[in-house]
Design a protein around this ligand. Structure first.
Ligand code: ACO
Length: 182
């Protein structure tokens, strides 16, 4: 499994992974906006031919769209992180990044991929875009993601945003200060 910067060609696979893994879905335009505006802020985890056969990948078999993409590129997107710099006009003027979406296909979870994707993204937001901190939203009930953010990556909860999600669930708004190591 390889982790690399996401490109325009990866957008379909990223959107597909997002549809499989999360109820928060986005337009193709939003993926495009992220990748064209902050090309170094989004990453994908991909697997190529032999890995796929060994994993007998259920996600892959169920998914004819990725099938076509796999045949074309001989690789499949099994995880992604969609990152950006915050460009809200009335937001905090300190340059800071935001993680819009992160997910890993079921078969490939608990292998450290989300942590790796996040670390690459955070590093790049600091190094390439001079982000001083990074923020994100996560469902209060999302134990796996909360473990990753809080315990593994040391994000802190800044606030609770009531009924942030469409189904009425609250979000934790989380933040991590970015420090570039030598
Ligand atoms: N329960 C408890 N802890 C978990 C779980 C779980 N189900 N899954 C992972 N963890 C822990 C791991 O043990 C590890 O902890 P450690 O550092 O103490 O060893 C840490 O979280 C990171 O594990 P990874 O293997 O890197 O995580 P993984 O690749 O499995 O991906 C993710 C985690 C992205 C949350 C995955 O479960 C997923 O795709 N879930 C559905 C989509 C989702 O919830 N995305 C996040 C939404 S929030 C946002 O997008 C900003």
């Amino acid at each position: 499994i390889t982790i690399r910067q996401a490109t325009i060609e990866d957008m379909e696979g990223m959107q597909n992974a997002n549809l499989n893994n999360l109820p928060e879905n986005y337009t193709f335009k939003l993926y495009m906006y992220h990748i064209l505006t902050w090309p170094q802020a989004s990453f994908v985890a991909t697997t190529s031919g032999s890995d796929l056969v060994e994993a007998e990948d259920e996600d892959y078999k169920q998914d004819p769209k990725q099938d076509a993409q796999y045949v074309r590129r001989n690789e499949k997107i099994v995880g992604y992180v969609l990152g950006k710099m915050d460009d809200e006009p009335d937001g905090d003027k300190t340059p800071h990044g935001h993680v819009t979406s992160l997910s890993v296909m079921r078969t490939y979870r608990r292998m450290g991929l989300a942590e790796k994707l996040m670390r690459q993204c955070l590093y790049s937001l600091a190094e390439n875009y001079l982000g001083e901190y990074v923020s994100l939203h996560v469902r209060k009930s999302n134990r796996a993601a909360l473990h990753l953010y809080k315990d593994t990556l040391q994000f802190e909860v800044l606030s609770v945003e009531k009924s942030y999600y469409q189904d009425g669930e609250d979000a934790y708004y989380m933040k991590k200060v970015l420090v570039l190591e030598d």
